[in-house]
Design a protein around this ligand. Sequence first.
Ligand code: SF4
Length: 165
Amino acid sequence: MDKIRTWARVNSPWAIHFNSGSCNGCDIEILATLTPRYDVERFGIKLQGSPRHADVLICTGPVSLQAKDRLLRIYWQMPEPKFVIAVGSCGLSGGVFHGCYNIVHGIDEVLPVDVFVPGCPPRPEGIIYGVAVLLEALKSGKRPERTMTVELPAGFEMPQAEVRQ
Ligand code: SF4
């Protein structure tokens, strides 16, 4: 059964995109990966509107104080196992927003990130490569090493969604 689950996950990862404070440059590149020129849907990668149906959270930008709780909320609404790809230099380290009063920092300060895609903004090829790195790790039965756990935000009630294995 595990083999079938892994096969399905690797061949049809559904992703949700969240902008946690990006200038929109990275978001436009993500859109470009979905448009006919790059057309990632041919690999089974599908953008999802609901976190409850998504396997992969693709996050752009530094994490602003305003977006932090929303980002966590979306993450917690995703079924297990879930994966996070941080896109762009801002997602890696805060980038050009580093040190701003309203910025937490990179995405890995808030969530366990599986794959980082550097660049300002990264090209669609880079984003596709980041997804491929994640899928390759899943195919071999491993997930990229994670070093943190996430605390539930205060007052947040865990949704009673079905947990996919
Ligand atoms: S990495 Fe560059 S393009 Fe992406 S959100 Fe930051 S400043 Fe904008």
